[in-house]
Write a protein of this length. Sequence first.
Length: 224
Amino acid sequence: MAVQTVALGAEITNRRRAYLLAEFVVLFFGTIAAFAAFAQGVSPIPFLVALGVGSVVYLVRQKSFDRKDFLRSEAVRGQLRPMLGLWAVAAVVAVVAVAILLPDDLFGLPASNPWLWLAIAIGYPLLSVYPQELIFRAFMFHRYAAVFGTGTGMIIASAAAFGFAHIIFGNWFAVVATTVGGLLFASRYARSRSLLAVSIEHGLYGVLIFTVGLGQFVYHGANS
């Protein structure tokens, strides 16, 4: 009887994992592919905000989720130095790359439209970055831990989904850059369990892209 109970429990667990894996593929790949195909030029921001709210509702109802993860501000101090150091290196590389490959675009937005640049610098972290981190880090890490674990497997899955989501911009740079960024952000969240820390890091890179002249590759109206 004990053996049968264990076998039944294993079967239920395997079915649950299979269901969650199928759900993950549909939600983070099928839905995004449909959006890219049928909603070209449509801003993803309202959808991100709605999905972010949905993620919060789901997570606060889970007894096993630590609500401190929504901020965990005390973790920011320990992460800030490595975050800023890596960002500074990335900023230098980005400026040099744009200066060589796209010289006419270097610092184009803040120079030509400083008020729009300021609006992006303020609004982007609030309306785009934090909702994305709720979805691709907090929700995904909690919901799909049974499938991918909580270490390397989850980090890769999170980065893959995050990068694929950027196919809506219709260019390879957006997908490649955000996949790399996804690895960084997922690793940061795995270490800190602080959405505030990872959102600060995500926001820094996002504003950097718009500042140096690469915003055209991650703008929803680029192909419209």
